[in-house]
Design a protein around this ligand. Structure first.
Ligand code: RFL
Ligand code: PHB
Length: 406
């Protein structure tokens, strides 16, 4: 391997590590405030735009993207949903978010599309995004001139002096570990199951998402467009997709989602992958001039559809905090971690609650199954319990529209 070519020293206001939804939206929100940033990303643009992940945006996330001028395609292609179905014990019950929350909804619009829209908007504005960088490092975090170093795709080593650094580099990134271990507290739970997800070229068989509790394990019917469906199956952790040919996936989905008189339509499988399930929170989300946002600081299991929404909410808050800090006011930056963590813990609890209510734990006895079924019957028959689910799913507390824009 050749060493990096001659180093280059540069200056920006905010160095951002990671071009996922958190890093991209932060760079956009900062630009709206006239703040410069340099955004570095390990992967290629094509890889970032193709990665299949989340699908559900809270209303507050949609409002935030709209206020930031990013909803051109979302407004025409996003599918607004006023509720979900919970299926258990051979019944399918609707939870009506609009009615329970005074009109709040969620929007199905794939994370890949959010990422494409953000990359296009940043590049059109002439932003500095470096894809396919290597050897990213952050240093001097306890000074007011932290440094971001990386090697760009052409082999040149860069050293960028910043006023602040945003660690938006996901769960496996380098920013969280740059905080001394003695100053970090981690709370974590691994679940004894994973999700096998498929993307299929077939019209959705449902008008709203179906979350199904089944003795064979959890299943979810989600969607992407009038022509493309997204479906998930609970599988053991570490499952190899090679052991799940398409016909086996469809047969299992038919068993877990099936109801008399309802037809699950099948189609060609476009993508298939397995996702582990984890709850993880690392506190605090700030160390000196390094601020963590999104999956770099916290992970939730996907059952509550919260990960992407938390990432967007963090950077809305961070744009405000950095705007203040760069103008000489530290109050919002000082409050950043505690303010974000309140929402993070609410979503962590909600995601854990949805996950444990809906999945079959290996070795679980009939007692556990009956407790889950009782909870599901309660949530679909008590207005108070249904309202709690609806208020959390659509976003609690609702994200202030325009947050991050000053
Ligand atoms: P990301 O998206 O992981 O982006 C981090 C970026 O940082 C880059 N990176 C580096 N760059 C430079 N130098 C380094 N050393 C770097 N190390 C890493 C990475 O390449 C990457 O591009 O984090 P971000 O921006 O915080 O966004 C978080 C979301 O991606 C995540 O929370 C959601 O996808 C979670 N999630 C869901 N969230 C929802 O809100 N609603 C959902 O319906 C939902 N469904 C899901 C999900 C996640 C899933 N998977 C696969 C984990 C469904 C699934 C199956
Ligand atoms: C998705 O459409 O990918 C999706 C929807 C709801 C979830 C998780 C993932 O809870």
């Amino acid at each position: 391997m050749r060493g990096p070519r001659t180093g280059r020293t540069e200056r920006t206001q905010v160095g951002i590590v990671g071009a996922g939804p958190a890093g991209l939206l932060l760079s956009h929100l900062l630009a709206l405030r006239g703040i410069d940033s340099v955004l570095v990303e390990l992967r290629s643009r094509a890889y970032c735009e193709a990665r299949q992940r989340a699908g559900v945006l809270e209303q507050g996330s949609v409002d935030l993207l709209r206020a930031a001028g990013l909803t051109g395609r979302l407004d025409t292609e996003g599918l607004e949903h006023g509720g979900i179905y919970l299926q258990f014990g051979g019944e399918r019950q609707h939870v009506d978010f609009r009615e329970l929350t005074g009109g709040r909804t969620v929007t199905v619009y794939a994370q890949t599309e959010v990422v494409k829209d953000l990359i296009a908007a940043r590049l059109a504005a002439g932003a500095a995004i470096e894809f396919e960088v290597t050897d990213t490092e952050v240093a001097d975090l306890e000074t007011d001139r932290p440094v971001l170093r990386y090697t760009s795709a052409d082999g040149v080593r860069h050293e960028v002096t910043c006023d602040a650094i945003a660690g938006c580099d996901g769960f496996h990134g380098i920013c969280r570990p740059a905080i001394p271990a003695a100053l970090r507290t981690v709370r974590e739970r691994e679940y004894p199951y994973a999700w096998l997800g498929i993307l299929a070229r077939v019209a959705p068989s449902t008008d709203e998402l179906i979350y199904a509790h089944h003795p064979r394990g959890f299943a979810l019917h989600s969607l992407r467009s009038p022509q493309v469906s997204r479906l998930y199956l609970q599988v053991p952790p570490g499952t190899d997709v090679a052991g799940w040919p398409d016909d086996k996936v469809w047969a299992e989905l038919q068993l877990r989602l099936g109801l008399p008189g309802w037809d699950l339509k099948e189609g060609p499988v476009l993508e298939k992958s397995v996702t582990p399930m984890r709850s993880f929170v690392s506190e605090p989300m700030r160390h000196g001039r390094l601020f963590l946002a999104g999956d770099s600081a916290h992970i939730v299991p996907p059952t509550g559809a919260k990960g992407l929404n938390l990432a967007l909410a963090d950077v809305a808050m961070l744009a405000d905090a950095l705007g203040g800090l760069l103008a000489g006011r530290a109050d919002l930056a000082d409050a950043y971690s505690a303010t974000c963590l309140e929402r993070v813990w609410r979503s962590t609890h909600f995601s854990w609650w949805m996950t444990t209510m809906l999945h079959a734990s290996p070795g679980a006895d009939e007692m556990e199954a009956q407790l889950q079924l009782s909870q599901l019957r309660y949530v679909t028959s008590s207005r108070a319990a249904a309202t709690s689910l609806a208020e959390n799913y659509t976003g609690y507390p609702p994200l202030r529209a325009g947050a991050g824009l000053g």
